[in-house]
Design a protein around this ligand. Structure first.
Ligand code: ZN
Length: 289
């Protein structure tokens, strides 16, 4: 996939490098730029030596000498290819991608096919996350889930930040919603959002009557879900099984929100449950995973 240079320029201009980097390390205004601790994991430092120039849209670390622009940052920090970085930045700035003729070789490319299935699955997960979040918002104030949230003293801004939602108690709430959003049941099943009935046709939701915590990538993609019971019952936490986009060994819940605090504190508090993390974060202890 090749994007025309004018398009690449437009996408680059629509995004601020400092905003991207601030997702991973805390930046402070300094002169006409920003300084912070180096976000790169191979450079652990106590005093900030990482600078970002607002006017030039470049970064430079005086410690490990890494430097570059928005594309090299996304490549070196997030492992994105150039086209992936362009697509990510375009989406971030709500710029539609240009129609591009893909040649046949590229269409047949196995890697491309897998990338496409990953994208579709992330999209399905995002639709599910929005559904859970809306369901929570729409629940009446005397609903048991709202009582539970009150009991745990979760603030609206925390629910917003972590995109916490509610999987309804009915059996096919999400299944029907995905259908209405044109997500095929094969894809939704592969994403482990729904399961096929053992007898007869149709599908039912994998998560029911649970407080839902989307597990996000550093790029804020929804990789999977953790669902917590709000009443008595087992299991207390139910997690998505591994999928094409979710590798349990490689993801720690909360990092999408807390990585920059962990880096600036140079310490991490490891907790057991989603609720523990969210509660600590809300209480101001933000270097948690
Ligand atoms: Zn560095």
């Amino acid at each position: 996939m090749r994007y025309p240079p004018e398009f690449v320029d437009r996408v680059q201009e629509a995004n601020n490098l400092a905003d991207i980097i601030a997702q991973y390390t805390q930046l402070k205004q300094s002169g006409n730029g920003h300084m912070g601790r180096c976000p790169f994991p191979d450079h652990a430092e106590k005093t900030p030596s990482f600078s970002v120039s607002e006017s030039k849209q470049v970064y430079h670390c005086f410690g490990c000498k890494k430097s570059g622009n928005i594309f090299s940052f996304l490549r070196d920090y997030n492992g994105m290819s150039f086209p992936e970085a362009v697509e990510y930045l375009a989406e971030r700035a709500s710029i539609p991608l240009p129609e591009i003729q893909t040649d046949r070789n590229e269409n047949n490319n196995q890697h491309q096919i897998q990338q496409d299935s990953k994208k579709l699955m992330l999209k399905a997960n995002k639709i599910a996350a929005n559904f859970f979040s809306e369901t929570l918002k729409r629940a009446p104030s005397d609903h048991p889930i709202k009582t539970y949230i009150q009991k745990r003293k979760l603030k609206p801004e925390t629910i917003e930040e972590f995109q916490i939602g509610y999987a309804p108690i009915e059996w096919e709430g999400l299944a029907h919603h995905l259908q209405r959003q044109n997500v095929s049941s094969a894809l939704a099943e592969e994403a482990k959002l729904i399961r096929a009935r053992k007898e007869g046709n149709g599908h039912f939701d994998s998560f029911r009557d649970r407080l839902m915590f989307p597990i996000l990538s550093p790029m804020q993609d929804v990789l999977a879900f953790g669902g917590r019971i709000h009443d008595q019952g087992e299991p207390k936490y139910l997690n998505s099984p591994e999928t094409l986009v979710f590798n349990k060994g490689r993801v720690l819940y909360g990092l999408a929100h807390t990585a920059k605090y962990i880096r600036s504190e140079d310490a991490v508090i490891i907790v057991e449950g989603y609720m523990d993390l969210v509660s600590l974060f809300q209480a101001g202890l933000k270097n948690v995973a």
